[in-house]
Design a protein around this ligand. Structure first.
Ligand code: NAD
Ligand code: TYD
Length: 353
């Protein structure tokens, strides 16, 4: 069995990647390494946790000795690295935590992969390090243009600066040591199991509970939204068919101003909750803007589409409706996450490890 390490698999995107790989590749043994920070939730993986080709490992990527020992024990043949601190607002309050996890944690993984795969005595052939990154490393666009793989890096938030730094380290390990690695930079994701500090699940939660929907500034900022299962499928395609040393942009070709997105969401929620049309929109509340708020992100994913044959599968209106239905059908998940009760599920199980 091919041993594959997925980091951050208890988070939003990671849980979709783990689910996809565990069910699509019975000949892979999937190790999900996660520290279970506030964003990590094993409830996201209840449907796969008993599969015989799946194993959870609680651990911290900033702990170099632990990471080295894990690689020495398992000699993974592939790594898909998603573990990160991922929320821009938190990075503004606590940048150092982002440096530690996103930069130091990534370098620890690169070092362990290098020692395990590239040593002269017992090298591992055919291995690959896949670094999952964000379009935010490219900075902010004006009204026109798209980010391509050739766009210069210009990060503005501590989050995007830490991800940009980790991307540079991955490329440096490719060029300096010949580490077989690939990077993807994806636009904003949405879908099930999204932590409700991010715009879409936060708004769904607040609309449901008739609380104000905080819209930063005038709501004019634009994001390019992609359904999370389409991202997981892109990761599968790039992991198997991408070229080492290359970067692939992943995006939905689906730009929305925040305020227009929130208005659409309010209409969907009114219908689903049998509220009068326009009722949820009354909850929209314009609040102080985020510091350094990037105006517009938009991805050109033609390289991935033309070279590897991936394309997004869903229209946004369809994906957003599906997403709302999931949160309404999984009220317990949303309530557990917002109350903090989700931690109780695994505290007993893993606290003493
Ligand atoms: P998330 O915050 O939902 O999940 C992150 C996971 O990493 C959590 O399970 C957490 O417990 C784990 N983790 C954090 N620190 C750790 C540590 N020190 N050691 C081990 N595990 C740790 O994040 P997400 O939104 O699923 O994003 C996953 C990856 O995709 C990140 O690298 C992010 O930069 C990237 N990305 C996210 C988006 C998006 O829209 N969410 C878009 C593009 C790229
Ligand atoms: P977010 O989901 O935090 O993702 P990112 O900052 O990585 O793009 O935010 C998406 C957009 O929504 C971004 O322009 C900031 C804005 N936003 C709000 O207007 N209100 C909110 O409460 C949040 C969390 C975000």
């Amino acid at each position: 069995m091919k041993k594959l390490l997925i980091t951050g698999g208890a988070g939003f995107i990671g849980s979709h990647v783990v689910r996809r790989f565990v069910s699509s590749y019975p000949d892979y043994r999937i190790y999900n390494l996660d520290k279970l920070t506030y964003a990590g939730n094993l409830e996201n993986l209840r449907d796969v946790e008993k599969q015989s080709n799946y194993e959870f490992v609680k651990g911290d990527i900033t702990d170099a000795a632990f990471i080295d020992a894990l690689f020495a024990q398992h000699r993974f043949e592939g790594v898909i690295h998603l573990a990160a601190e991922s929320h821009v607002d938190r990075s503004i309050s606590n940048p150092l935590e982002f440096v530690m996890t996103n930069v130091v944690g990534t370098v620890n993984l690169l070092n362990a992969a290098r020692k395990t795969w590239l040593n002269k005595e017992t090298p591992v052939s055919g291995a690959r390090f896949y670094h999952v990154s964000t379009d935010e490393v490219y900075g902010s666009l004006g009204e026109e243009g798209l980010f391509t793989e050739k766009t210069s890096y210009d990060p503005h938030s501590p989050y995007s600066a830490s991800k940009a730094s980790s991307d540079h380290f991955v490329r440096a390990y490719c060029d300096t040591y010949g580490l077989p690695a690939v990077i993807s930079n994806c636009s904003n994701n949405y879908g099930s199991f999204h932590f409700p500090e991010k715009l879409i699940p936060l708004a769904i939660h607040n609309i449901k509970n008739k609380k104000p929907i905080p819209v930063y500034g005038k709501g004019e900022n634009v994001r390019d939204w992609l359904f999370v299962e389409d991202h997981a499928r892109a990761i599968d395609v790039i992991f198997h068919k991408g070229k080492n040393g290359e970067t692939y942009n992943i995006g939905g070709n689906n730009e929305w101003k925040n305020i227009d997105l929130i208005r659409l969401l309010c209409e969907i929620m009114d219908r689903k909750l049998n509220r009068a049309s326009g009722e949820s929109a009354k909850l929209i509340s314009f609040v102080l803007d985020r510091a350094g708020h990037d105006l517009r992100y938009a991805i050109d994913s033609s390289k991935l589409q033309n070279e590897l044959g991936w394309k997004p599968s869903l229209r946004f209106e369809e994906g957003l409706e599906k997403t709302v239905e999931w949160y309404l059908a999984n009220e317990a998940w949303l309530n557990n996450v917002t109350s903090g009760d989700y931690k109780k599920y695994y505290e007993g199980q893993y606290a003493k490890r």
